[in-house]
Structure formats: structure tokens, C-alpha cells
Design a protein around this ligand. Structure first.
Ligand code: NAG
Ligand code: NAG
Ligand code: NAG
Ligand code: NAG
Ligand code: NAG
Ligand code: NAG
Ligand code: NAG
Ligand code: NAG
Ligand code: NAG
Length: 580
């Protein structure tokens, strides 16, 4: 038995001295669609599985955790933030749009997974650092409530690093990047000390500390999360400095290039079981010209790049492209038996007893969970939506606890088709509306609704298709006028299929059909993706259904069914579309 163990461990050592023998190609992004600020780690104790998390802002469930054994096939295995009781503010105190859960760090130590992150909201003007832990990352319920860690500087992007003596260091954003010793049992943080100023770009953030060959390494993001973004690295023999910048900085960046993958930065580094190093970063697909026109509706996505890091030397990385090659671990198709995430279509019929797929999200934790009911009595294979008073924009009186009846998933393909059947009998009063949306946040969305308009300048009265966009930063020229078309009376006795389809990488088509005759669909409007992309927006497009009374105080319920999301193609370079 002992001999076998010895042989097994020799085998492992042999494997690591033979790293880099066999390269294979893969495509970026590895987590397509809105998945920014990735943080990943390999956990040998969990069958050499890689685990990653990304930022989720107001999407709930939040803090998604992905797993893979080959770095190519990823499953969404849990959401660390999945119960409002873990962090009640996600339900009640986030009126603004670009707040919520910011960048996180995911680490594993001695049987426990740690996900440390920053929480921002409108009531608590500061930034809270919160920690979620679990001993089983495959189980939503095993994630703890948020545990608060002191944040002496009120900064974002906490890291988590264990030094050789067991002390725990939390590096954090700042100019220069700072760090505190923290106590994971009390949540106390020491007086912060300075680490590194970076290489001269703005917004030093997203720090991660590593120790290798007797050096502390500090990897940071610089340049802001737009076209000048980058990841840079420094090292020091002491945690207190002095830090020397790598002669090869930036480690990765697309600035001043015309590569299709732009905004590359905010990285994390990790090793695979064979000893090869890898980096993940966020990137935006568009190329600089479309980026400058604000056409990148999927926002910031997660990409993977190979890193070589010889003993005692600086790391070097391959720059991020759509098609890359490196010493990937052997291919596997699926990690868990749970719901998978990448590349899978949604075929959801709301069958009795079913629950929502793990990758579907609400905007904030729903104030009234019963507003989303699968197959209520008498209505099998439907989703009953109870309308929110607020529409997806909300008026000046809108407050988070009022709730928003919106249920969505990420757009994860450049070209896709999304459709839902709406049952037309829902309306009672003027303004009652059920529809589908391409939603970036409450100030940026494209909606195709069926609206009841008793009297209006658009309609003689009755159910009306309305294609309408909201874009708080749009200049008049890009914000289209609503397109309003009466619902044909011959369609009213059966479900109506509403669909949003990416016609190409820059435009969305909104159309409707009688669900019984889907091939006779009517194209209602074509809207530019610029409406749902933009600078200073950290989210990416969600596709979903909503129900609202548009400010009316009446109650309204309606039914939808047959939810489909079909991937069509992924654009990974100017002239390279990979069919799904
Ligand atoms: C590792 O994989 C084996 C075989 O698939 C499985 O039985 C076991 O539960 C896994 N262990 C962990 C910790 O994931
Ligand atoms: C690891 O966890 C075990 C069990 O929880 C504990 O007894 C042990 O002290 C821990 N070791 C370290 C180095 O923290
Ligand atoms: C933790 O910080 C709090 C508030 O600053 C302080 O009252 C408490 O004594 C500290 N606890 C420890 C164990 O240092
Ligand atoms: C960062 O730059 C400032 C201004 O040049 C300098 O005063 C400070 O000492 C630097 N800090 C570190 C940690 O290098
Ligand atoms: C994009 O905008 C930046 C900043 O305004 C400018 O430097 C760059 O030349 C533009 N790139 C293209 C391709 O238009
Ligand atoms: C494999 O890919 C890595 C990363 O690009 C590269 O450094 C290495 O030279 C490649 N090895 C071979 C045998 O091509
Ligand atoms: C509905 O949306 C419109 C347009 O975005 C907005 O002006 C209005 O305030 C919203 N009304 C409610 C009640 O949310
Ligand atoms: C997408 O289609 C629209 C027409 O609906 C067209 O104006 C636009 O140029 C097309 N974009 C691309 C990238 O082909
Ligand atoms: C709905 O109720 C609120 C508060 O009771 C009132 O201010 C508002 O005018 C009502 N709106 C309509 C459309 O009746």
C-alpha cells in the first residue's frame, strides 16, 4: 500500500516536470456574456477542479461559482449569494444601478472555500467587505451568511492571501495599492500599509498576492476598465516592500492595439495540476472602433491565457485572442450532474414541480418571490408573473423594496434567438404590460411589450405591441421613438410568441408571432445594441421577461410559457464567427 502511494506521488512529480508537452487550442471567452473580474483557483483536494467566480452587481442570485476540470467546459455549480437572508441589503437598499456586489477573490484553504467581495449600496454610503465561506461549493445552501470584514479605507476589490506563518493579508484597491492583516474569526483589519503604485496608469485596483520562489508577487489592474485596461505585476522579498515592477509589464493588455478582444485586464493567476500557469482576465469583444461607438452589449467577459513562469523569474503571458493554444488539461465534457451553463440552450417549459435554472437572475433579490410562480393551480406549464407597479425603468418614486417583476439570463452568444410565449388574457387596466427585454440595467434596456392601451395617441384601444428603448445617456439621435402596432385580433385567442434576436453583432430584431404559427412572424423593430452598452456601465445584457402596470395601482397577473434561448454563433475575431 505504502509503495503504491509512493509510486503515485512519483507519478505526480513526473507529470509536473513534463509540463508543456502537449498544446491544444481553445476559444475565448471561456465564460461568454457578462462575467467580469474573474478570480479562479485550482483545488487538488476536489479532483483537481478549477473554481472561478465573477462580479454580479445587482443580479440575484449573485457571486456565481463555476467549476471545470479542463478549463474549457464550465458548469455553474452554485451561487454563493443565493438567499436574501445572507445579505438582506440585496433586497432592500440598492436603488442605484451600478452598485451591489463588486469584484471578488475566490480561494481555498484547508477544506474551506473563501469568497471575499465588496458590497456597495445607496443607504450605506461606504463599501462593506463581506466574506462567504463553504465546505461544499456545489451546494447553494452550504454557503454561509455574509461575514463582515473591517474596511479601514472604504476601498473595493479585496484579495485574500495566506502567508507562510498562517497570517492572512487582504490587499485592496488604492493609489498605491494597500493591504491589511485581517483576522478571519473577528473580521478585524489592521492599520493598512502601502504596497505598490503600479506603472503609472489610473485606477490601480483588483490586487491579488501570490508567493513563489521566495518572492511576494502583486498582480493588479491599471488604466481603468476601458480601452487602457491592463494587468501589471510587481515583486518584493518582503510584504512591506520595496516592490519592483516587472520589466515585461503589462503582463496582459490590449491598449493601443486593434485586437478584437479589448479592455483586457483585472486578472488572476493559478496553476494546473501539471504545474502550468494560467491567467484569467476580463475582456470586451468589439475592437476599438465598435468600442468607441459603445457597441459591446455582452459587456465584460472572462478570458483565459497561458502563462510561463520560470523559477525565480518573471511571468510572461500570451496576449488574449479569440483562438489560443496552450497545455490544457485533458478534455472532459461535464464536471457535475447539475445544470450546466456554457453553450447550452434554454429549453424551459415551467413544468409542475420544476424550479428556475441556476443561471437565471432577478434584478435585486425579489421583494415578492411569489410574483414568479411556476405552474400555479389550473395553469400547468406556465410561469405566472405578478406585475410590479414600476416598469423596467421605474419612476422617481421607485425604491428597491417595491420590487421589479423581471426574470432573466445572460446573453452569452453574439448571435442568438430568445423567445417567450405570452398569454394575452392578462390585461385589466390602461398600462398593463407583459413583455421580453434585452436589459443592461434600469436605465438601459430594449423592450418588446404587449401593452393594454385604452386610449392613446398610438392606438384605438386594445392590446398593442410596443417596442421601446430606455437609454439614460443616449443623445436624441440614437434613442428611437417607440414602435407601436396593434396586436392582430385573430391572434388574441392563443399565446403570442415574442422574440429578440441578434441579427448581427450590432443590431437586435424584435418580432412577434401567433405561437401556433411561428413561421408567420412579424418583424416589429430593429434597434441598435448601442442602447444597451456604454461606458461606466459594468453589467452586460440580460434577456428576460417582465410584467408591469406602468405606474397603475391595480393588481395584474399574467402567464408566460415556453422559454427558449438558442445560441447561434460566437464572434471571436473580426472575421471569425464560430457557429453554435
Ligand atoms: C472525485 O471524482 C470521483 C469520481 O468521479 C467522485 O466519486 C468523487 O466524489 C469526487 N470527489 C470530489 C471531492 O469531488
Ligand atoms: C485545518 O482544519 C482542521 C479541521 O478543521 C483543523 O483541525 C486544522 O487545525 C486546520 N489546519 C490549519 C493549518 O489551519
Ligand atoms: C476588533 O475591532 C473592534 C473595533 O475596532 C475592537 O473593539 C475589538 O477590540 C477588536 N478585536 C480584536 C480581537 O482586536
Ligand atoms: C507612490 O507614489 C507617490 C507619489 O509619487 C510616492 O510619494 C509614494 O512614496 C509612492 N508609494 C509607493 C508605495 O511606492
Ligand atoms: C477610440 O477612442 C480612443 C480614445 O478616444 C482613441 O484614442 C482611439 O483612436 C479610438 N480608436 C478607434 C479605432 O476609433
Ligand atoms: C505550448 O503553449 C505555450 C503557451 O503558448 C508555449 O509557451 C509553449 O511553447 C507551447 N509548447 C509547444 C510544444 O508548442
Ligand atoms: C416607465 O418607463 C418610462 C420610460 O422609461 C418612465 O419614464 C416611467 O417613469 C416609467 N414608469 C414607471 C411607473 O415605472
Ligand atoms: C447589422 O444590421 C443592420 C441592419 O439592421 C445594419 O445597419 C448594420 O450595419 C449591421 N451590422 C453589421 C456589423 O453588419
Ligand atoms: C397610486 O397610489 C399612489 C399612493 O397611494 C398615488 O399617489 C398614485 O396617484 C396612484 N396612482 C394612480 C395611477 O392611481
Amino acid at each position: 500500500m505504502k509503495l503504491l502511494l509512493l509510486l503515485a506521488s512519483l507519478g505526480l512529480q513526473l507529470a509536473s516536470t513534463h509540463a508543456h508537452v502537449h498544446n491544444t487550442t481553445y476559444n475565448n471567452p471561456i465564460l461568454p456574456g457578462w462575467h467580469s473580474d474573474p478570480s479562479c483557483t485550482l483545488v487538488p483536494e476536489w479532483n483537481n477542479t478549477f473554481f472561478c467566480t465573477t462580479s454580479s452587481f445587482l443580479a440575484f442570485p449573485g457571486c456565481p461559482v463555476f467549476a471545470s476540470t479542463d478549463l474549457v467546459h464550465w458548469d455553474l455549480i452554485s451561487n454563493a449569494l443565493n438567499r436574501p437572508a445572507q445579505l438582506p441589503q440585496i433586497q432592500t437598499s440598492t436603488n442605484a444601478q451600478m452598485l451591489g456586489i463588486f469584484a471578488s477573490t475566490l480561494r481555498y484553504r484547508n477544506g474551506t472555500f473563501y469568497l471575499i467581495t465588496a458590497w456597495l449600496d445607496t443607504d450605506n454610503k461606504g463599501v462593506e467587505i463581506v466574506l462567504f465561506t463553504t465546505t461544499n461549493p456545489y451546494d447553494d445552501n452550504a454557503w454561509t451568511n455574509a461575514f463582515q470584514i473591517q474596511n479601514p479605507l472604504g476601498a473595493i476589490d479585496p484579495d485574500l492571501f495566506w502567508d507562510d506563518d498562517g497570517s492572512v493579508i487582504m490587499a485592496i484597491s488604492g493609489s498605491p495599492i494597500k493591504a491589511s492583516y485581517i483576522d478571519l474569526t473577528t473580521g478585524n483589519a489592521s492599520e493598512p500599509f502601502d504596497l505598490w503604485n503600479g506603472t503609472g496608469y489610473n485606477n490601480q485596483e483588483g490586487p491579488h498576492l501570490y508567493k513563489k520562489d521566495g518572492y511576494y508577487y502583486l498582480l493588479i489592474a491599471e488604466g481603468g476598465t476601458e480601452l487602457h485596461h491592463s494587468s501589471t505585476i510587481a515583486r518584493s522579498e518582503s510584504i512591506k516592500g520595496p516592490w519592483g515592477s516587472s520589466p515585461h509589464n503589462p503582463l496582459v493588455s490590449a491598449r493601443y492595439t486593434d485586437r478584437y478582444f479589448q479592455t483586457v485586464g483585472h486578472s488572476d493567476l493559478f496553476q494546473d495540476a501539471a504545474g502550468n500557469w494560467w491567467g484569467v482576465a476580463l475582456a470586451t469583444r468589439a475592437g476599438p472602433a465598435l468600442y468607441n461607438e459603445s457597441i459591446y452589449p455582452m459587456g465584460r467577459e472572462t478570458v483565459l491565457y497561458p502563462v510561463s513562469w520560470p523559477t525565480g523569474d518573471w511571468p510572461l503571458a500570451d496576449q488574449v485572442m479569440g483562438e489560443m493554444s496552450g497545455p490544457l488539461p485533458p478534455k472532459t465534457s461535464k464536471v457535475s450532474s447539475g445544470p450546466t451553463f456554457k453553450g447550452e440552450p434554454d429549453v424551459v417549459d415551467f413544468t409542475p414541480g420544476s424550479s428556475f435554472p441556476k443561471h437565471w437572475v432577478f434584478w435585486r433579490a425579489p421583494a415578492k418571490p411569489e410574483s414568479f410562480t411556476i405552474s400555479p393551480p389550473g395553469h400547468p406549464n406556465t410561469l405566472r408573473l405578478t406585475a410590479s407597479r414600476a416598469n423596467l425603468t421605474g419612476d422617481a418614486s421607485f425604491k428597491a423594496p417595491d420590487g421589479l417583476t423581471l426574470l432573466a439570463r445572460r446573453q452569452t452568444n453574439t448571435l442568438f434567438e430568445f423567445s417567450v410565449d405570452v398569454h394575452p388574457g392578462f390585461y385589466k387596466s390602461q398600462g398593463d404590460e407583459i413583455g421580453v427585454t434585452a436589459f443592461l440595467h434600469q436605465d438601459h434596456h430594449i423592450d418588446l411589450g404587449i401593452v393594454f392601451m385604452k386610449e392613446s395617441s398610438y392606438s384605438k384601444g386594445g392590446l398593442t405591441f410596443r417596442c421601446r428603448a430606455t437609454d439614460s445617456d443616449a443623445t436624441g439621435s440614437i434613442l428611437p421613438s417607440p414602435v407601436v402596432t396593434p396586436v392582430p385580433s385573430s391572434w388574441l385567442s392563443e399565446p403570442i410568441r415574442l422574440s429578440i434576436r441578434a441579427e448581427n453583432s450590432t443590431h437586435y430584431q424584435l418580432s412577434a408571432a401567433a405561437a401556433a404559427r411561428p413561421h408567420q412572424s412579424k418583424l416589429l423593430a430593429t434597434f441598435t445594441a448601442a442602447l444597451i452598452s456604454g461606458p461606466d456601465v459594468f453589467t452586460g445584457t440580460l434577456l428576460g421577461v417582465y410584467a408591469t402596470t406602468n405606474g397603475g395601482n391595480q393588481s395584474m397577473e399574467g402567464y408566460v410559457s415556453r422559454w427558449r434561448y438558442t445560441p447561434v454563433a460566437q464572434q471571436i475575431d473580426y472575421d471569425n464567427f464560430v457557429r453554435s
